[in-house]
Structures are given as structure tokens and as C-alpha cells.
Design a protein around this ligand. Structure first.
Ligand code: FAD
Length: 368
């Protein structure tokens, strides 16, 4: 349950956050002020305690008012989760306090890594031992020099007030790893904000990496192939808060407008409400008992289901609102939700990627 003052601020600024950067810098401090980044973070680590389910509900709560703010929240909280699951305690101590206080932005450039995990893309960042890159003697024996590109990352608060998680392969054949790159590091260049159709206040940009040096102190996990599947339930599970929040908001708007003469919408609305409750309960249960670690396909199916529920809910909101939904001068929020909903199927792991993964698994079962 969000505080009234936060709900009111989100409602008043949701269009502005969708349309441009004017209020983007206010999102992190406002969410932090309400303690939202510490939900599901152990008290011993400076958080509020509680479960991942608490964080999921808070992301859903924020996303129901502004998907831009909800997605920024997800990026920040996902980065916090990487630190919590990292064996590198010093790295956690370095970044966690600022992230929880909202003075430091956490970005997750791991779409490429999640596609890599699904076998559909190579890693786009490569690390070479500093000696091999021709700088022998300039640093520690374990230092690495990175080059590559992160085509998308959200929450890249300028100028360099962010830390971004990326996965990198190694030119020497050692295991790919996951690292936290400080936004002000030499060799890291942020593009201008991408020219998006929505979520324009999310500080979403691309990164070029050339000659960026890191050491073991920056490594979140030395083995990406071990770390990524372990963190995937939290990565995806928290992301599903976006679907839940958006679907709840859209169904509530549809119900409010489905009055006399629109009785025919009652059944479908009830059906989507029921499907949403069921999927949300299954997600909470799975995050709490850890079943998605061994059975990621159950989580993939939930993601597909929740995408369908979002798209159906938006259709019902449109049907219930009629021509008013098509007016720019009506304060319904429909047009914004319509654009926000277009983000849901494409955010990694995308609907297409997961359909491919499930089809591949089904094929493997029938041919074995
Ligand atoms: C507003 C916004 C914010 C974003 N923020 C972040 C962020 O913070 N961090 C981040 O890492 N990314 C971010 N992204 C990127 C996003 O998560 C997706 O990765 C991206 O939109 C999809 O990549 P693409 O268009 O390059 O896919 P493409 O590689 O062009 O593929 C197109 C579609 O086909 C699917 N596909 C490709 N190959 C296969 C295959 N072999 N089998 C099945 N399906 C396949 C892809 O998953 C995708 O859905 C953001 C995107 C947007 C729009």
C-alpha cells in the first residue's frame, strides 16, 4: 500500500514522466523517502526486512500509477538484488547505502546477458587481462580492460551518477562474469536519452565501453553462467510487478466506466480480474518457495500469461471508455497506459524469446 502523498505525486506527474525528463530526477529520492528500495532487504544490510513479495507489491503499486516510475524502481531494486546475491561483501558495502537512500542510481544492462542465457545472443562486452591489452605493469595482475556496448539501460542518471551491471565474456577463454561499472569511470560513455515513444523520463540510454579498467573489487560474480540463472527469478519476478500494476489500474478504470448499457463487459472483466489474482498468487508462492530456480519454465509461462492479461485489460478499458478514450483532452490516462502496455511484451525476456524457449523445450521433450 503506497502512502497517499506518493500516490498523489505519481498521479500528478505520470504523464510528464512518460513524455520527457522534466521530473525524472525526482523519482529515486521520492521512492527512497518512502523506504521502498529497502523492502525485502535484510535489516542487517540496512533494509526494512520482509520478503521479495513485499518488493514485488511495491513495484506493482508504483507501476499502477506510472510505469516509468515502476520501471525505474525495478532497475534500482534489481541492482540491489544482484548485490544481495553477490559473494563480494565489499562491493555490497560500497554501493548499497546510496542505492537504498536513492542518492545513487542502479542500472541493469543485463538484457543482453539474459538473451545470452537463452542462447539467442552473444555477450556484447568483452574483457581482456590488462597485460594482454598492452598495459602491462599499469595495474594489478587481476585487472581487466573492457570494451563493447550496452544498447539499452534504464536509470542511467546523468552525469555518471549511476552504477550499471553488465555481463562480459573474456578474451582469454576464462568464464564470463558480471561486474558493476561506476557511471563516472574513464572509458564509459553514456549516449543522450534514447528517443522513445513512452517512458521518456526513465533515463534510458546506451553505453559505449572502450578501455574501461576494472578489478576484482568491481566483480558482482565471477561466473555469469552460475549467477544469471540464480538471480533470474528475482529479475523476472520483480519485473512482473509492472504487469500486475498496469493490469490492476486498467481493470479498475474499465470497471469504473463499465456502467449501464455495458453489462456485456461484466463477464470478461470478472474473468481478467480472476486470472490476474490467480497469476499474482502463483508468482508470490513461487518467489517464496524458490520453485522458479529449478523450474524456470513455470516463471516463463506466468510472464506470458501476465502479458496476455495486460493486453486484454487494456482492450476492456478501451471498450468501456469508448470515444472518450480517444480524446487527448480527457484526463483518463488511457493513452498513456496504452503506450506503457506496448513495453510489456518487448522487455527482456520478451514474449517472443519465451515463446521460443518453451517451444524449444517442448520439441526436446517430444523428440527424446
Ligand atoms: C523503455 C525501454 C527500457 C529498457 N531498459 C533496459 C534496461 O534497463 N536494461 C536492459 O538490459 N535492456 C533494456 N531495454 C531493452 C529491452 O529489455 C529489450 O532487450 C529490447 O527491447 C529487445 O531487444 P531488441 O529490440 O534489440 O531485440 P532484437 O534482438 O532485435 O529481437 C527482436 C525480438 O525478437 C526476440 N528474439 C530475437 N532472437 C530470438 C530467437 N532466436 N528466438 C526467439 N526470440 C528471439 C527478441 O527477444 C525481441 O523480442 C529497454 C527497452 C525499452 C524499450
Amino acid at each position: 500500500m503506497l502512502a497517499d502523498s506518493l500516490r498523489q505525486w505519481l498521479d500528478a506527474h505520470a504523464d510528464s514522466l512518460d513524455e520527457g525528463p522534466a521530473h525524472a530526477h525526482e523519482v529515486l529520492p521520492r521512492l527512497a523517502q518512502h523506504g521502498l528500495f529497502g523492502l525485502g532487504v535484510p535489516v542487517a544490510e540496512g533494509g526494512q526486512g520482509g520478503s521479495l513479495g513485499d518488493a514485488l507489491e511495491a513495484i506493482a503499486g508504483v507501476a499502477g500509477h506510472s510505469l516509468t516510475a515502476g520501471f525505474v524502481f525495478w532497475a534500482q531494486r534489481a541492482f540491489v538484488e544482484y548485490l544481495l546475491q553477490s559473494p563480494n561483501a565489499a562491493l555490497r558495502q560500497r554501493w548499497l547505502p546510496g542505492l537504498l537512500q536513492g542518492t545513487q542510481a542502479g542500472a541493469t544492462g543485463l538484457s543482453n546477458a539474459m538473451k545470452y542465457l537463452g542462447g539467442i545472443e552473444a555477450l556484447q562486452v568483452e574483457a581482456a587481462p590488462v597485460g594482454a591489452a598492452g598495459h602491462a605493469g599499469s595495474g594489478n595482475a587481476d585487472d581487466l580492460e573492457l570494451r563493447g556496448r550496452v544498447p539499452w539501460a534504464t536509470n542511467l542518471v546523468p552525469p555518471g551518477r549511476f552504477v550499471v551491471a553488465v555481463a562480459a565474456s573474456r578474451s582469454d577463454g576464462a568464464k564470463p562474469f558480471v561486474a558493476a561499472l561506476p557511471g563516472d569511470a574513464a572509458g564509459l560513455q553514456r549516449s543522450a536519452d534514447l528517443d522513445l515513444i513512452a517512458l521518456r523520463g526513465s533515463h534510458t540510454a546506451a553505453l559505449s565501453i572502450e578501455g574501461l579498467q576494472i578489478g576484482p573489487a568491481d566483480v558482482i560474480h565471477a561466473d555469469a553462467n552460475h549467477f544469471l540463472p540464480r538471480v533470474r527469478p528475482a529479475f523476472m519476478g520483480l519485473q512482473l510487478g509492472l504487469c500486475i500494476g498496469l493490469a490492476r489500474a486498467s481493470l479498475a478504470a474499465a470497471s469504473a466506466r463499465a456502467g449501464a448499457g455495458r453489462d456485456v463487459l461484466g463477464g470478461p472483466l470478472q474473468q481478467q480480474r480472476h486470472a490476474l489474482e490467480l497469476a499474482t498468487a502463483t508468482l508470490h508462492a513461487g518467489l517464496s518457495d524458490g520453485r522458479f530456480l529449478d523450474r524456470p519454465q513455470a516463471l516463463f509461462r506466468l510472464r506470458l500469461e501476465l502479458n496476455d492479461i495486460v493486453q486484454q485489460s487494456l482492450q476492456l478499458e478501451l471498450h468501456a471508455s469508448g470515444g472518450r478514450a480517444y480524446h487527448r483532452d480527457q484526463p483518463l490516462g488511457f493513452a498513456r497506459r496504452w503506450r506503457e502496455a506496448a513495453f510489456i511484451p518487448i522487455v527482456t525476456p520478451s514474449v517472443t524469446q519465451l515463446q521460443g524457449a518453451l517451444a524449444g523445450a517442448a520439441l526436446a521433450t517430444t523428440s527424446s
